[in-house]
Design a protein around this ligand. Structure first.
Ligand SMILES: [Zn+2]
Length: 146
């Protein structure tokens, strides 16, 4: 497995994915590059986002952070998990029990990565830029740590 991801950045990825779904009916990112200083997520999406839409997205993510939602884990049998979640990004050796990471009631997602204990630890979220090419919307972002 690759080196441990930054928990703040990675937890933000969960929130951003849910926000993209809620605001723009977009699937979770198919690729992500998560680093402590700056990160990016790639979405299959048909167009770019306007400045206003990016501002709304930023506001949505920051609202979840400011709500200081608890992050919890639970476990589901893989067959049950398959009925609820898209397990396409799951590694083949994931095992029979799938770890589900919940951010309050806002987001639930199968994941093996490291997360914060509550979203208030994340700080504030800022989209640094977004671009669209060949059906892929790329969102780059940073965090201002609390
Ligand atoms: Zn995760």
């Amino acid at each position: 497995m690759k080196k441990q991801m930054d928990p703040c950045m990675h937890s933000t990825e969960h929130i951003l994915n849910q926000a993209m779904g809620r605001l723009f009916d977009c699937d979770r990112c198919f690729s992500a590059h998560i680093e402590r200083k700056k990160s990016k997520c790639d979405y299959r999406f048909g167009r770019s986002l306007t400045v206003e839409e990016l501002a709304a997205l930023e506001k949505e993510v920051n609202g979840v952070i400011e709500a200081d939602l608890p992050v919890a884990e639970s476990f589901l049998a893989i067959d049950d998990a398959r009925e609820v979640f898209n397990l396409g990004r799951l590694p083949d050796d994931a095992g029979e029990r799938i770890r589900i990471v919940s951010i309050g009631d806002y987001d639930h997602c199968p994941c093996i990565g490291p997360h914060v204990a509550s979203t208030g630890e994340i700080g504030s979220f800022r989209i640094t830029s977004a671009s669209h090419e060949d059906g892929v919307l790329r969102i780059r972002f940073k965090l201002k740590r609390p």
